[in-house]
Design a protein around this ligand. Structure first.
Ligand SMILES: [Zn+2]
Length: 169
């Protein structure tokens, strides 16, 4: 359960106001959902950064690697190319978001991924929520859009019981 920052009272899930001091729960707990727009920009920043990083890896000395990274070669083994790039995405999101609750894109957008009480993710939660984003994004996103509009969860957010929140310091 989250606690009220005003008075320390425990706030039950789903409550709108703190029962003790009357503060609005969003302000009292800092649990405010990030918008899809903020998340989209964070995603674009992350994929651009990783694209650059992967591009660098294929520069001098590693010319034999492009076909593995799917950067300069045409996708003559499309599935394998996609696979490896997506594994990089997956590992990146899983570790950063488990350790910090944020990828670089999320840091830039001042949003974070958290469990339903606003706490840090376990490695398992971080892994599950990253699978959808790294490997199945269109499906993950569209299903989530329709199924969980109130919590704004991707399908794999829902499976891992995670939400994306605005971050206040
Ligand atoms: Zn309170």
């Amino acid at each position: 359960m989250p606690y009220c920052k005003n008075c320390g009272e425990e706030i039950p899930r789903g409550a709108t106001f703190c029962s003790k001091c009357g503060a609005r729960v969003e302000e009292a707990t800092g649990l405010v959902l990030a918008t899809w727009g903020e998340r989209l920009i964070a995603y674009i920043i992350d994929t651009l950064l990783l694209g650059i990083a992967i591009g660098w890896l294929t520069l001098p000395g590693l010319r034999w690697m492009p076909h593995m990274w799917g950067v300069t070669f045409p996708n003559w083994i499309p599935f394998v190319d996609f696979g490896l790039r997506n594994v990089v995405y997956f590992v990146y999101w899983m570790f950063l978001e488990q350790m910090y609750g944020q990828s670089v894109g999320k840091m830039a957008m001042k949003i974070r991924v958290a469990d339903l009480d606003g706490g840090p993710l376990t490695m398992q939660q971080a892994a599950v929520q990253s699978i959808g984003k790294a490997f199945l994004l269109p499906l993950d996103l569209i299903l989530g859009w329709f199924l969980y509009p109130s919590k704004q969860q991707r399908l794999f957010n829902n499976l891992s019981e995670t939400v994306v929140l605005k971050k206040y310091d």
